[in-house]
Each structure stands twice: as C-alpha cells, then as structure tokens.
Design a protein around this ligand. Structure first.
Ligand SMILES: [Fe+2]
Length: 422
C-alpha cells in the first residue's frame, strides 16, 4: 500500500509535467496565427484612430489640374500604437465614382468590388509587418474629375498577441519551476525514506541476530522448554494486537516475550531440570531468574520494556507474585501480557515433571486466575485465542523448530509489524 502511494504520487508528478508541457506547446501553436483585427474609420484632416491599436493619417503631398482632371497625391501613414507587430495587413479604401488610382509607391494596389468601388493596398514585400510603436508610409496618386479627399478606410491586419503569449508562457514557466521544486523535494524525501528503511531493516537484523544467540543459550539450558520463548512471544504479540496496541508496541512485546526467561541462564542445570519436588532453596534459585534477567537486560534499554518484562513476568495481579509483589496496574503492561502467555504455554506443553493439560482444563485454570493471577482484560483475549484456534496456529508454526534442530532462527518475517510501516 505504501509503495502504491509512492507510485501514485510519482504518476501525479508526471501528469502535471505532461499537462504543463502540453499547455506550453498548445499556447505556442495556438497563438502563432491568432487574432484577426479589422479596423474601420472615417479619415479626416487629423487622421483616424482605427482602433486602440492602429492610427492612420493621410496628407496631401501634391496637387495638379490638367484640363478637367485633378491629379492628387496623398501620403498615408499607418501607425501601430500597440505592443506586438502587425503582419499580413491590407488597407481598403472606398472609391467614389470618377476617382481612380493612377500610381502608388511602396504598396501594390488592386481594384476591389464588382464596380471597382474600392481599392486595396498591400505591401510590395510580402508580409511586411508594422512593428510595435512603429509606422509605415505609402503614397497614392489619384486622378479624379473633381477635388478628392480619401474618406472611408478599412484596415485589416493580423497581430501576434505578444503580451498574452508572454503572460501565459510566464505563468507556465512559474508553474514548471514550482513543479521542479516539488518534484526534487519528493525525490529527496523518497531517497531519505529508503535509506531510513534500509537502516531500520539492518537494525532489526542486528537485534534478531543478538536475540537468536541469546535464546539459543536459554534453550540449551532447558531443552524441555525449547520453543517456549518463541511461542510466548507470539501469544504475547497476539494479545497486544487484540488489545489494539500500536505496531511499535506489538513489536516490542514480541521482543520482550522472546527474552522474558533470559535469566534462566543463571540457574544451575541440575535445579532447572530436576524432575522431583524442589526444596525451598531450589525454588528460590529458580525464582531468581526474574531478577537475574532484569539485570542481564539492563543493557538493552533501546528495546522498550524488555528488562521490565524479564523482571516482572512472574508478578501476580493480586500482588502475591515475585520478585517484588507488585499489584494490579503497578505491574508493567508488557509483563502482565507475557505473564498470561507464559502461563498458557506452561499449561499446554509437557514439562519434565508433568504432561500438558487439555484445552478445557487450561481454560478453566486461566479463568480461575482472573483478577488473582492475571489481569482480567488479558484473560479474555487469551481465552478467545484458545477458543478460536489461534494458539494451534502458533504451535504448528513453531513445531519445525522443536523437532529438527537444537537451535532456531528468528527472521524478520517472524517479527510482527516489521514491514508494516515505519
Ligand atoms: Fe519465567
């Protein structure tokens, strides 16, 4: 699920990138041939503002009269008063009856309309554009039967909307920059997380290697309880899970379960494996495995609750346990959980001095301990686990280790929650 999320985030980055790139090119292409503007105005002596982009003036430069005919030259000036070049332009001029274009300079002309009622002027050089804030001039020589002054003028041109174009591109640029920052941030975070996960896995490996060594020591002392540590760890972790503790706590409780009997190393073999009844002295030696375990695990302070669990897992809820006679909630939670799991495993496995009890007897025995030996809430979970068969799953999973080798090896897969999050 974590990997999917990372992948989805990555896809999202790619999608945004594609969108921005597409927007950039669409903008570029769409605006290349954009905007046709047709401006029309009546010219007068002062010129005409054809639109907010174009201004035109017309000035008489020469006038002559030959016979009945007038010959008049005018200079047209078209000014581009906006930003952005205007290209592909044409000027259309209405031609009253009796007026004709004789000659032009700088533009070509052709008659326009069915009855030549208009004339069009275009630049001689194809697509000569009028630069922003610039202007072009052209001269036209008219002949007419009476004095003539150019009147109605149409200007058609195409303008690249540089402002708009630049504006959009600038926005895309800024978005792209933001995208880059976010993407680099995302990659750096991912890389950090990966190295953190790797480090965490190595840490887990290190912990497990030390634990395996430790547990093999414990089991070597007491072959009858081989597999005990691992089963207790699994029961305890399951109780923690049913109690809705966090992944981290479940993991800690698992470790605490694995090491709860570490102190047994300090108990002499002869006492630990004695089949008959124990003397008071011997009982004390065995009971001392809690204190010895607590001392031994003092160094493992980085694994929360491990030391306390070894020290207090034989405390009783009514305060009649050992070594300190702690009562109720004064007994650390991990120790209470491991206490129940430990007792269940003792009842359900063969010991040097007795065979295991059957299921109903075990349930009865555990329930009898409610509030006296055990925390009542935890009894409930343990009995559920017996009834719904979870305990049998644990026994099956640990059976191989019991039968085939003297030492067993706990791997990352055995530890609950190791790969469930970080
Ligand atoms: Fe113990």
């Amino acid at each position: 699920m974590k990997r999917n999320k990372t992948f989805n985030t990555f896809l999202m980055f790619i999608a945004v990138f594609m969108t921005l790139t597409t927007a950039y090119f669409v903008n570029k292409i769409a605006l290349r041939n954009n905007v046709s503007s047709k401006y029309q105005a009546e010219l007068n002596l002062y010129g005409a503002r054809l639109s907010d982009k174009v201004f035109a003036t017309v000035k008489k430069t020469e006038e002559a009269k030959r016979g009945n005919m007038y010959s008049t030259e005018y200079k047209f000036t078209i000014s581009n008063i906006d930003s952005g070049d205007i290209s592909n332009w044409k000027v259309f001029l209405a031609m009253p009856e009796g007026v004709k274009v004789e000659n032009t300079s700088d533009v070509e002309f052709y008659n326009f309309g069915n009855d030549s009622s208009a004339v069009a002027f275009t630049p001689i050089y194809y697509n000569l554009s009028i630069a922003s804030k610039g202007s072009i001039d052209f001269n036209v020589l008219f002949s007419s039967d009476k004095p003539y002054y150019p009147g109605n003028i149409d200007f058609v041109g195409y303008q690249l909307l540089y402002n708009y174009y630049t504006h959009i591109n600038r926005t895309i640029g800024i978005l792209f920059l933001l995208w880059m920052i976010a993407f680099v941030g995302f990659l750096v975070t991912k890389m950090n997380l990966r190295s953190y996960e790797e480090k965490q896995k190595n840490d887990v490996k290190l912990v497990l290697q030390s634990m395996n060594t430790f547990i093999n020591f414990i089991d070597a002392k007491d072959p009858y309880t081989r597999g005990h540590s691992r089963r207790v760890a699994m029961y305890a972790a399951e109780i923690a899970k049913r109690k809705n503790l966090s992944e981290e706590e479940i993991q800690n409780i698992y470790y605490a379960g694995l090491l709860h009997d570490a102190g047994k190393i300090s108990v002499p073999d002869a006492v630990l494996n004695k089949p008959g009844k124990l003397t008071d002295e011997e009982r004390k030696l065995i009971q001392n495995h809690t204190v010895a375990g607590g001392k031994m695990l003092k160094q493992m302070s980085s694994l929360k609750g491990v030391r306390e669990t070894a020290l207090y897992h034989h405390e009783r809820y009514d305060g009649k346990g050992y070594p300190e006679g702690l009562k109720g909630d004064a007994i650390p939670l991990y120790a209470r959980i491991v206490g129940v799991a430990d007792s269940y495993d003792a009842m359900s496995s063969n010991r040097v001095y007795r065979r295991h009890l059957n299921k109903d007897d075990i349930i009865e025995e555990i329930q009898r301990g409610t509030g006296t030996q055990f925390d009542p809430e935890l009894v409930k979970y343990m009995v559920d686990m017996i009834n719904d068969g979870y305990v049998n799953v644990v026994k099956m999973e640990t059976a191989d280790d019991d039968d085939q080798s003297n030492d067993f090896n706990i791997t990352e897969n055995d530890v609950p929650g190791v790969y469930m999050g970080y």
